[in-house]
Design a protein around this ligand. Structure first.
Ligand SMILES: C[S@@+](CC[C@H](N)C(=O)[O-])C[C@H]1O[C@@H](n2cnc3c(N)ncnc32)[C@H](O)[C@@H]1O
Length: 318
């Protein structure tokens, strides 16, 4: 996919979002800016720190997949964003080809299904997207009634504000997910579903346990949907060997093999169930092989996985 690359004279320096836009971990609830982002000006995003920059990696692969006529994840908003952001997407991230993009889209579709199912049961519930980056899930699955809270690091929230105008039911919060103050901003009255998509691998194992326990104890009857990279992959990132010619994946200190997911229950007694969320569908050879790969070791156990954790307590009424 070709991202828009304005000539340097085209660039709008005032659109540059500095990596130190706000101190890391600062908490500031941002009410809907209501159309603050302009639809046309390019937004420069070439100075993000390594972990926030991963949001461009996932965005790019969603856009590559969505641009195909036979896409497994329609996502026109992602395509629009990649065209709008002044960043060398192809130079940095191309290389995984269509396979990487499709795998990424199938993982995202697992989250979409969980959110859509939650919204069927809790149409006015709250969807909390931790480490949401430039995800465009709201535009794929919103039901017109739910509340959405996006929590990410300050520099990413600043970028998101510029690019994605929020509606009246959406809020952005600049706060580390390891700072429990984000929980005070969640309205649990009509049910809560929390997503941690492409996030937890960047935290330390103790932080992941604390986050799971905190969510389980604070949101009775709620659900947390998360994904994990397998241990072999985490080790490659820690040794700096997960890189292409132009992109080095940041270290991923937390990893979990798919068959370890029941251990997630040990984070808190309030985690009462853990489900594996399987990718479904898929195109071509990948689509044909996936059902077998998910069942036959070692791929079945040493693969990226998505899990849904259910918390004790009565789900809120909707
Ligand atoms: C790989 S991106 C995933 C973005 C998005 N969820 C997606 O799947 O496209 C990781 C995201 O987690 C965010 N992140 C990493 N550590 C964080 C933290 N401690 N608190 C909040 N957000 C964090 C990054 O800024 C980035 O937006």
């Amino acid at each position: 996919m070709t991202a828009r690359r304005p000539a340097s004279s085209d660039r709008v320096p005032s659109d540059r979002v500095p990596a130190d836009a706000a101190p890391s971990g600062a908490t500031s609830a941002t009410p809907a800016p209501g159309g603050r982002a302009s639809a046309s000006a390019p937004v420069v995003a070439d100075d993000l720190a390594a972990v926030p920059e991963t949001a461009l990696w996932t965005l790019y692969h969603r856009a590559v997949e969505a641009a195909r006529p036979d896409t497994v994840l329609p996502d026109p908003k992602a395509v629009e964003l990649v065209e709008r952001i002044d960043y060398p997407f192809d130079d940095r991230f191309a290389g995984g080809g269509g396979l990487q993009a499709q795998l990424q889209a199938l993982r995202v579709a697992c989250f979409d299904r969980e959110v859509a199912d939650f919204l069927t049961r809790h149409p006015r519930g709250t969807v909390v997207c931790l480490g949401e980056g430039l995800e465009t899930q709201y535009w794929r699955v919103d039901n017109g009634r739910a509340k959405w809270l996006s929590v990410d690091l300050p520099e990413l929230i600043a970028l998101r504000e510029r690019l994605l105008p929020t509606g009246p039911r959406q809020r952005l919060l600049a706060c580390s997910v390891t700072d429990p103050r984000w929980m005070d901003e969640v309205d649990p009255a009509q049910g809560v579903l929390i997503t941690a998509q492409g996030l937890l691998m960047y935290l330390r194992p103790g932080e992941v346990r604390e986050l799971i326990a905190g969510c389980a104890e604070r949101f009775p009857g709620g659900t947390l949907v998360l994904d994990a990279v397998p241990r072999w992959f985490g080790r490659l990132t820690l040794s700096g060997r997960m890189r292409t010619r132009s992109y080095q994946a940041p270290p991923m200190p937390w990893a979990m093999d798919a068959d370890e997911r029941s251990k997630l229950r040990t984070a808190s007694a309030a985690v009462v169930a853990v489900r594996d969320v399987w990718p479904v569908g898929g195109r071509g050879l990948l689509g044909a092989l996936l059902p077998f790969a998910l069942r036959v070791p070692p791929l079945a156990t040493r693969r990226p996985s998505v899990a849904a954790l259910e918390f004790a307590g009565s789900p809120a009424q909707s």
